[in-house]
Design a protein around this ligand. Structure first.
Ligand code: PEP
Ligand code: MN
Length: 271
């Protein structure tokens, strides 16, 4: 592979990325929780307060949504970003949100603490290059079709532009299996750890597409060495405007945290 900047040099320590008071890549496992999409002020603020109370470190929520169908909810756009900033003000949780287009990089950077590149944009090279010039961390999701090498080379584009603060996110890949939305490639986590110094987290929600599999997938990720989890949580998953089937309710988020605490401790980490 001809990636250089994101490849681990001999004896190089794993990188730690600071987002406010949150450290990604340290001993503490980072929990990022929130809805798939920002839908309203009440929705995002209620979720933010609840996940904060139960121990989340950061808030997620999409304002610009990459939807398979053009008829599906596309996100609130700038209004969604404003609501995320409001939820951050109320709870102190830093915010992760997706940027889909180079034309929105400046706008999203004004609101977000971490800019997410969605799976479908992993090889949007213009976007990767633009994010190389931003001085905020980037959460780079693995493409649904991407090999680990292609994923690391996508990270290399961002690093080459000057931004070394990249968090990788394994979110499942597309295989012949139909019972899950994607196939969670849990082994990508230790494999990436041996190859790269970048922190890596897992997204058990998109990796499985099924609420009942989110906790087992999240546990497996932490056991495999992930530095964090990004999970979809909703006040009313049945009525969510996107990804309800894979979203945990607020009451289901609590056992997730309890289970993950046990696994974290077993692998010498904490939550
Ligand atoms: C998301 O995080 O809501 C999302 C759209 O994820 P992905 O790009 O991994 O499908
Ligand atoms: Mn989603």
């Amino acid at each position: 592979m001809n990636a250089r900047l994101v490849i681990r040099k001999a004896n190089e320590e794993g990188m730690i990325i600071n987002v406010g008071d949150v450290e990604i890549g340290g001993k503490k496992i980072v929990i990022i929780a929130g809805p798939c999409s920002v839908e309203s002020e009440e929705q995002i603020c209620e979720i933010a307060r609840a996940v904060r109370r139960m121990g989340a470190d950061m808030l997620r929520g999409g304002a610009f949504k990459p939807r398979t169908s053009p008829y599906s909810f596309q996100g609130l756009g700038e209004e969604g970003l404003r609501l995320l900033a409001l939820a951050r003000e109320e709870t102190g949780l830093p915010v992760v949100t997706e940027v889909m287009d180079t034309k929105d990089v400046k706008l999203v950077s004004r609101y977000a603490d971490v800019l997410q590149v969605g799976a479908r944009n992993m090889q949007n090279f213009a976007l990767l290059k633009a994010l190389g010039k931003v001085n905020k961390p980037v959460l780079l999701k693995r493409g649904l079709w991407a090999t680990i090498e292609e994923w690391l080379l996508a990270a290399e584009y961002i690093a080459l532009g000057g931004n070394r603060e990249i968090i990788l996110c394994e979110r499942g890949i597309r295989t012949f299996e139909k019972l899950t939305r994607n196939t969670f490639d849990v082994m990508a986590i230790p494999l990436v750890k041996t190859m790269s110094c970048l922190p890596i987290i897992a997204d058990p929600s998109h990796a499985t597409g099924r609420r009942d599999l989110v906790i087992p997938a999240a546990k497996a990720a932490i056991a495999a060495g992930a530095d964090g989890i990004m999970v979809e949580v909703h006040v009313d998953p049945e009525r969510a405007l996107s990804d309800g089937a894979q979203s945990l309710s607020l009451t289901e988020f609590k056992p997730l945290m309890e289970e993950l605490r046990k696994i974290a401790e077993a692998v010498g980490r904490c939550i």
